[in-house]
Design a protein around this ligand. Structure first.
Ligand SMILES: Cc1cc2nc3c(=O)[nH]c(=O)nc-3n(C[C@H](O)[C@H](O)[C@H](O)COP(=O)(O)OP(=O)(O)OC[C@H]3O[C@@H](n4cnc5c(N)ncnc54)[C@H](O)[C@@H]3O)c2cc1C
Length: 360
């Protein structure tokens, strides 16, 4: 009897959308032996390339339901995938730990309770005299910052990860087409995807990883999901104060909802987690640096050296992400407005299982 891998080899899977979700699905399915094509007209201009790459798994306070199950599986899978991908980029790593801070007493009480209930999860309350708090208080000239450290959470550089996946997929001879799909239909048992330049790509399975554009391709098949655009923004801030060494700060931390990543002595990245509009605002510097009541002078006088953003898709009326088997051989994996990088391994595993169940 032929092995499953030999049988999978005959199955052609078309992945529409080449952000982290499309590429991770390609990785998972390639390793299982499937024949893969990925198609995307603009693979570098998506939200995945804008992501800060924070992997907030263990510090997630909800400990039940599907979103926790996906996080839990992803945080188990991430170290294994990073080890595996090292063959294609030996510098790929998850920089740990991750620190979450607040100046809000009530939020801190909640954090404290959460840490006490999850002591075996590599979480610790940060004491006032701990080095991270001392350094943060010194740099930000604050006294009331408190929080937790998660030794198992961290950050993967999203752009480096995407490039590594490209190297892997090229090595695996995964076909890549720089095209936009405008229509999909089924003819007998095969799926046919039509591109803007009128190319027709036949496949046994289609996975839609095209974020906000999902409905464009499923409307005519009488399927629909509700998705809203959500902006995510980030800035790189340069400072000019010889007294401040930003590298004395933790490698990655979050204060009152803003993610902060020092990248050199005088530069740091600040990113927002949630924004309910679609166009970058004019006062972005003010908005992203307002995470403490009184900014230190070095930050007040800081200047934007780079600025970028990404539009993500947020499910409306159902939890994120949306993973559905719409009909035989048609799967959607969309609606990753937050945490798409974190959740990619678990969601790709779910998709692979759906395909295996459909085929066998
Ligand atoms: C500033 C910022 C910071 C973030 N920080 C983090 C973080 O720290 N940690 C984390 O886990 N997540 C983070 N995220 C969220 C994360 O980036 C997203 O959840 C994730 O990138 C979603 O990936 P995706 O593959 O679904 O979508 P995208 O990356 O948007 O990819 C969708 C792709 O589909 C393609 N496409 C669309 N229509 C078609 C079509 N018709 N035919 C072919 N291709 C098509 C597009 O060109 C695009 O390349 C951040 C996001 C932003 C913007």
């Amino acid at each position: 009897m032929k092995s499953l891998k030999e049988n999978f080899h005959k199955t052609h899977v078309l992945i529409i959308g080449s952000g982290i979700i499309g590429k991770f699905n390609a990785l998972e399915l390639s390793e299982l032996g499937f024949q893969i094509t990925i198609i995307d007209p603009a693979e570098h201009k998506n939200s995945s390339n804008a992501a800060l790459g924070l992997l907030m798994g263990h510090m997630y306070q909800k400990r039940k339901g599907r979103s926790w199950a996906l996080r839990k599986l992803s945080i188990e899978l991430w170290p294994k995938w990073v080890e595996f991908l090292k063959e294609f980029n030996n510098e790929l790593k998850i920089a740990k730990p991750l620190i979450q801070l607040t100046t809000n007493e009530e939020k801190f009480r909640k954090l404290e309770k959460f840490i006490n209930e999850n002591k075996d999860q590599g979480l610790k309350f940060l004491e006032d005299d701990s080095l991270p708090i001392k350094n943060i208080n010194k740099a930000f000239q604050t006294k009331n910052i408190k929080g937790m450290i998660s030794f198992k959470d961290g950050r993967i550089n999203a752009v480096s990860l995407l490039k590594t996946l490209d190297t892997y997929l090229k090595n695996k001879k995964v076909s890549f087409l720089e095209e936009k799909i405008i229509k999909i239909r089924k003819s007998k048992k095969q799926w046919i995807a039509e591109s803007k330049t009128k190319k027709e790509i036949k496949s046994d399975v289609i996975i839609l990883c095209n974020s906000l554009n999902t409905n464009d391709l499923i409307d005519n098949l009488s399927h629909r999901v509700k998705l809203k655009p959500v902006l995510g923004q980030a800035i790189e801030v340069g400072i000019n104060d010889k007294e401040v060494d930003l590298l004395s700060l933790p490698k990655q931390f979050n204060i009152n909802g803003k993610n902060i990543i020092p990248i050199s002595k005088n530069k740091l990245i600040i990113g927002s987690t949630d924004e309910y509009h679609t166009k970058p605002e004019k006062d972005i510097f003010k908005k992203l640096t307002n995470f403490i009541d009184k900014k230190p002078t070095w930050l007040e006088k800081g200047h934007i050296t780079k600025q970028w953003s990404g539009i993500r898709s947020r499910p409306d009326g159902e939890p994120s992400p949306i993973m559905k088997n719409l009909e035989d051989g048609l799967i959607i994996c969309t609606g990753f407005y937050k945490n798409g990088i974190l959740l990619a391994p678990a969601c790709s595993k779910w998709v692979a299982n759906e395909i295996k169940n459909y085929l066998y």
